[in-house]
Write a protein that binds this ligand. Sequence first.
Ligand code: COA
Length: 230
Amino acid sequence: MTSDSQAGLPLEETSLSSGEAAVALRRATADDIEAFYAISLATGDRGGDAAALYRDPRMLGHIYAGPYLTLCPEHCFVAEDGEGVGGYVVGTLDTRAFEARLEQDWWPALRRRYPPPAGEPKRWDADQRRCYMIHNPRCVPDKVVRAYPGHLHMNLLPRLQGRGLGPALLGLWLSNAQARGCRAVHIATSATNPRALYFWTAHGFAEVLQTSDHGSSGTIWCGRSLATCG
Ligand SMILES: CC(C)(COP(=O)(O)OP(=O)(O)OC[C@H]1O[C@@H](n2cnc3c(N)ncnc32)[C@H](O)[C@@H]1OP(=O)(O)O)[C@@H](O)C(=O)NCCC(=O)NCCS
């Protein structure tokens, strides 16, 4: 690893087809945090914009973006064009250790700020369901984490989708993980996000398990070995 990449400078420039602006892929820095929250919301409804679903626009980012950049920035990369950061890939090599870290260093402050939801769960709105998750975080099922201990999330704004940046960011994340000794990783996707499922399957992830949670249409867990990357 070069000192340039550690300082958040571009790792590589991806040249896109003519008419499209160049996009830099680089390590994320703490200054990217607001972009992480915004992207998480703009892609948080099964890949689409979740802004209309939430009263508090930070609820999704508190769960799926903020803790990664804060607790494990060494596994966070972004895609940035002239309009700014428009996509990220984040994750951890050890999901159980990350869950323990969240309990110690991330959830307590949020639990003080967001009280647990009251009333009938069936009547909870999206904010209340996320509050419940902050107070009762879901652990990844043993079957998934035993075979695939690391995990990642990837989210690109619409302007960066369908341009080969998903595969490029994934390759970067997997190479970084493999270089750090990771042997296998998983992802979780909504059963009603066919584009994401197509993407992960096309890049070597195979279904391990399906679960269904209160108020959701179901989660598909997929795993992939890192024996070969790219
Ligand atoms: C899912 C995502 C990471 C993929 O990255 P990407 O750079 O757009 O991926 P690509 O363009 O290489 O691949 C998209 C593929 O899905 C296909 N696709 C597009 N819409 C689709 C749909 N509704 N159903 C199935 N496949 C679809 C495209 O044709 C393309 O296929 P191809 O590679 O065979 O041409 C990105 O689109 C994204 O961030 N989406 C929003 C957030 C999200 O859903 N994240 C994943 C959560 S698990």
